[in-house]
Design a protein around this ligand. Sequence first.
Ligand SMILES: [Zn+2]
Length: 197
Amino acid sequence: MTKLICLDAGHGGRDPGAVGYGLREADVALKLVELVNHYLGSYACVTTLTRNKNTSASYPSGKEGLRKRIAYANNKGADFYLSIHCNAGRGSGFESYVAQPAPTRTKRIQKVINDSVLGFLKGYGVKAHGNPEKVDIQAARGRIAVVRDTKMSAVLLECLFIDNPTENKILKDSQFLDGLAKAITVGVALALGLDKR
Ligand SMILES: [Zn+2]
């Protein structure tokens, strides 16, 4: 069976997400999602996007936006849900989240994607933000609704800190975003066992 992958660019519409030095998280997330979507095209899978450059401007923000994303992935019957974000709050590095409790399968997927991404980030001197494989212990309070309420395996990536001056500069580099998208794609393909087309 061909796997259906739902790619979710965080925020959008009136919600810019975190902002740092003129860069909006919503825009970085969308760029990464469009690139990952492109690179997944060379693997045997089907992709669907919660928002794209055409639908982005009118995408609902806040709780309504979260509900829309979750319903979209669940109604499509996606096999895997990947949400892409940037971090903020005076830290550095990369981390990812799965719901609490997460099935072993989901945790394994998270680890494989993390390993691929962290391998790429090493070349830019970017490390994990603490333990990169995080379980959303606050999910019961709705912190990360998209990993909690989607019915399929779901992983949320926090790609660097947009308010960290060094990482902000890197996030503005299109060559970096391209490489990061490739590393995410390779991780997803490996984790889900996707064949090359
Ligand atoms: Zn975010």
